[in-house]
Write a protein that binds this ligand. Structure first.
Ligand SMILES: NC(=O)c1ccc[n+]([C@@H]2O[C@H](COP(=O)([O-])OP(=O)(O)OC[C@H]3O[C@@H](n4cnc5c(N)ncnc54)[C@H](OP(=O)(O)O)[C@@H]3O)[C@@H](O)[C@H]2O)c1
Length: 305
């Protein structure tokens, strides 16, 4: 099969190469999926799981990309709940070969049915950003209607999902980002926007929930904006500063079939807009994943037309 592989962490996305390699076999409770579309998060090349397995052993050359939409082509020993020929989408294990390939082996529990009226490229754009937003707001942040949410990077992949879900849930949403992203963040449902390049972040205060996808100095300064009893939810590692009298959580997204179903239903009925900047074919994926110009939103690789 054709696959994109990486061998050298220092090379980043520039070190990606398109190769031929054997298709994977399904393990116990796996399915093999014929990948139709794949999603990739650029920072995954800095994660240890891209380079080593769960025992810390080198697993290069590894296939990156952990979001997929496709069609089940084989079942592993004992696998239940999905069928050969079924359309699916979801999130694959960080420590196994991923989805920038024509086939991927993945535990069936990490996938959900993809409705027939949802394009594979749309399906592949949803799992990481949609599940991260859902889990950060509702499981970890315990958002309640009427609360205020400060969403960093509100025009980005995760931030745009957080903005839309929080808005739908009845929160007051303040988005942040670069000056150029103001209108996109407002279009996704933010009621206000803080331009982190020109505005003073500290002018907003008394926030119930900060959703941080940036970290660093922005993360530190955000801790002071949270009211007593509020929450700081980080997806970029443990915060350097923990707000007093507030819940502080950092987490890594996990797959969840029911939540994937909630997310895709919202896309179908128009409550959730996707955030796809570009779609490229697998043969052009290395160039597409090494962009020369800034683009906001996800780059999705169409593996099979
Ligand atoms: N823990 C988890 O489970 C989990 C899950 C998903 C994602 N993540 C992490 O979350 C982060 C965001 O992911 P993503 O896919 O949403 O990325 P993304 O699409 O690039 O979105 C991030 C947004 O924040 C903006 N931004 C970043 N730094 C900024 C700054 N200093 N000032 C103003 N705006 C800034 C970016 O603008 P520019 O593009 O111009 O920088 C972009 O619009 C990544 O580090 C990713 O690894 C973690």
């Amino acid at each position: 099969m054709k696959a994109i592989v990486v061998t050298d962490e220092a090379a980043g996305t520039a070190g990606m190469t398109l190769v031929d390699r054997p298709a994977p076999e399904p393990a116990i409770n796996d399915v093999v999926v014929q990948v139709h579309a794949s999603g990739f998060v650029p920072t995954e090349l800095t994660w240890p799981s891209t380079w080593t397995d769960r025992l810390g052993r080198d697993r290069t050359p590894s296939v990156p990309g952990h979001e997929l939409a496709g069609v089940v082509s084989a079942l592993g020993y004992g696998t239940t709940g999905l069928s050969v020929g079924q359309r699916v989408f979801g999130l694959t294990d960080w420590s196994r070969d991923g989805t920038l390939a024509e086939y991927v082996a993945v535990e069936a529990r990490n996938l959900a049915p993809l409705p027939g009226d949802v394009d594979f490229t749309v399906g592949a754009s949803l799992p990481i950003s949609g599940l991260t937003a859902w889990q950060g707001l509702f499981e970890h942040g315990r958002l309640r209607a009427g609360q205020s949410v400060l969403v960093h990077g509100a025009a980005g992949a995760v931030g745009s999902m957080v903005t839309q879900l929080a808005h739908e849930f009845g929160a007051y949403v303040i988005g942040t980002g670069r000056a150029a992203d103001r209108q996109r963040a407002l279009d996704f449902g933010a009621q206000e926007f803080v331009d982190l390049e020109n505005d003073v972040l500290e002018d907003v205060g008394g926030i119930d929930l900060v959703f941080d996808v940036i970290g660093g100095d922005i993360g530190k300064r955000s801790a002071g904006l949270i009211r007593a009893g509020g929450s700081l939810v980080s997806v970029v590692g443990p915060p350097d500063v923990r707000p007093a009298d507030a819940l502080t959580i950092d987490f890594v997204v996990t797959s969840d079939r029911a939540q994937l179903g909630e997310i895709v239903q919202r896309v179908r009925d128009g409550r959730l807009l996707t955030n796809i900047a570009k779609v490229a074919d697998l043969d052009d994926a290395v160039a597409a994943l090494n962009p020369t110009e800034r683009a906001t939103g996800k780059t999705i690789i169409r593996v099979r037309s």
